[in-house]
Ligand binder design. Structure first.
Ligand code: B12
Ligand code: SF4
Length: 428
């Protein structure tokens, strides 16, 4: 079978495509099928989309969906159904946590719930032996018109999963993206990734990490096949399970010897770990700070870390020679205008080298999504409103749309001022 995975670009193209299809292409190829990626550019016309899909003569289309990709993904699925009769399956976070809505979309015949490797290969076997997608009766695969299929436990031994099919990621040569773990043990109420653990409650454990040996085997294979200049670890929280991280820091510089970046939660860092990471070649840590208000972090987001601890971790990261990025959110339920200011104040104490700022969006399945629904913050037509970084879809009692727009604009001015200041320092 020939599978074409569609990567739906929204307002801009990310430097890397969705990792899910790269894992699935790995298992599909191992099972004797062929798979390729079609990246649907944000500026493609409908005619161009249809032309590019037909040219590839797919037996099956696969679409990975985050909430951000959903509205355009739905449009493209409908368009392709009118143009051809290609069966299509959708998977990923959004499909897993809004399956009924996704299945209502014309052009989407089935949804894959949760971890995709085993169910996808089972579906390919079903189709290869003459079955139709809508007749499939397989765990995790919910077909249009069918009932909830039940879930198989996640693959216990994740080292047994083939390496990602790297051609599916559209990476820049030498800069590679890696995933060493699945699941996250923290309880953040706004986080969609967290929901996988709940999905599998009573079925199996979603939280697993590859062995350092297996990760290094993948990096060695990459280095043997072409250039390897830098590794971006895309794990949610690279620094959980310290023995693993220390083992990695010991092996990585000897076997790979290049720079790398990670995502970390500040509470998981300590001076010894920061030093070990720096010595191993870590150049960049992205921290989720989210809010400068301890109240919002503790009571709304379930991130009870103090501002002092955050300031200390940023300072130590800086002193170790590692660039720190801080990510912030604004427009969180429960926030008041003073909390928006508190985040900016904390930012000036943290002094990160870079930062990101995003307006809160309630991802289906999360606790904060439920809270927004119960409290009436979600407008009636919320599903038709795009998930954007600069605008809230919520009707919040304590923040007006202007409060959020103004704060977003102010973050833009902070960025400009910091960029200007850095340019002056560099010139001098
Ligand atoms: C790496 C990553 C990225 C990468 C790659 C994107 C990607 N989708 O893989 C980049 C940097 C591009 C990125 C960007 C963004 N991301 Co991001 N990202 C992640 C992260 C940390 C890891 C993803 C990962 O490792 N996947 C590994 C694979 C194995 O898991 P998976 O994607 O779930 O895929 C499995 C199954 O879902 C299924 N499956 C997936 N696709 C398909 C398709 C088919 C056909 C089938 C059958 C099955 C299937 O099989 C896969 C293998 O088991 C997740 C957090 C997380 N843990 O999921 C956030 C996450 C996906 N990102 C998120 C967000 C919000 C964003 C951004 C909007 C950033 C932002 N600033 O807000 C952008 C938007 C990206 C986009 N295109 O829409 C949210 C999405 C929430 C949601 N409900 O939509 C998450 C969950 C973070 C969070 N904590 O809430 N991200
Ligand atoms: S630490 Fe990050 S990945 Fe883990 S639950 Fe919180 S936001 Fe999600």
């Amino acid at each position: 079978m020939h599978i074409v995975f569609l990567e739906i670009d929204t307002e801009a193209e990310w430097a890397v495509c969705s990792l899910g299809p790269a894992f699935l292409a790995g298992v599909a190829r191992e099972a004797g099928h062929s798979a390729e990626l079609l990246r649907i550019g944000s500026d493609w016309t409908n005619e161009h989309v249809v032309r590019m899909v037909s040219k590839r003569e797919p037996d099956l289309l696969g679409m990975s969906l985050t909430s951000r990709q959903w509205l355009r993904g739905r449009e493209i699925a409908g368009l392709l159904r009118e143009a051809g009769d290609w069966p299509m399956i959708a998977g990923g976070l959004h499909a897993t946590f809004s399956p009924e809505r996704v299945l209502e979309a014309p052009g989407i015949d089935a949804v894959c719930l949760g971890e995709g490797e085993a169910p996808f290969v089972a579906l390919l076997a079903h189709l290869s032996s003459g079955g139709q997608i809508r007749d499939a009766s397989l765990r995790n695969i919910w077909v249009d018109g069918g009932t909830h299929p039940g879930l198989a436990p996640p693959i216990p031994e994740i080292d047994s999963i083939p390496f990602m099919a790297r051609d599916m990621l559209d990476e820049h040569p030498g800069v590679v993206h890696m995933a060493t773990q699945r699941g996250c043990p923290f309880p953040c109420t706004y986080c969609a990734a967290r929901m996988y653990d709940q999905l599998y409650e009573g079925i199996g454990s979603y939280g697993r990490r590859r062995s350092v040996e297996n990760v290094m085997a993948e990096l060695t294979a990459i280095a043997n096949a072409g250039p390897l200049h830098y590794v971006i670890f895309l794990d949610d929280t690279f620094t959980i399970h310290h023995p693993w991280v220390f083992e990695f820091c010991e092996v990585f510089p000897r076997k790979a010897g290049v720079g790398f970046s990670i995502h970390a939660r500040a509470e998981t860092m300590n001076p010894k770990l920061i030093d070990a990471l720096a010595q191993a070649g870590c150049k960049h840590v992205v921290y989720g700070v989210e809010s400068g208000s301890e109240r919002i972090r503790r009571d709304v987001m379930k991130r009870p870390v103090s501002n002092d601890r955050l300031i200390d971790v940023f300072r130590r990261t800086r002193e170790a020679g590692i660039m720190a990025t801080a990510n912030y959110m604004l427009g969180i339920p429960g926030e008041k205008p003073a909390d928006l200011v508190a985040t900016m104040e904390l930012h000036s104490d943290l002094r990160p080298l870079d930062f990101g700022y995003f307006v809160f969006y309630p991802f289906p399945g999360t606790q904060l999504f439920e809270l927004c629904r119960q409290k009436g913050y979600l407008p009636e037509k919320w599903e038709e409103m795009p998930a954007r970084h600069d605008r809230s879809i919520l009707d919040l009692p304590d923040l007006s749309p202007e409060d959020i727009t103004n704060a977003y604009a102010k973050w833009g001015r902070i960025r400009e001022a910091e960029t200007r200041a850095r340019t002056v320092v560099t010139r001098n």
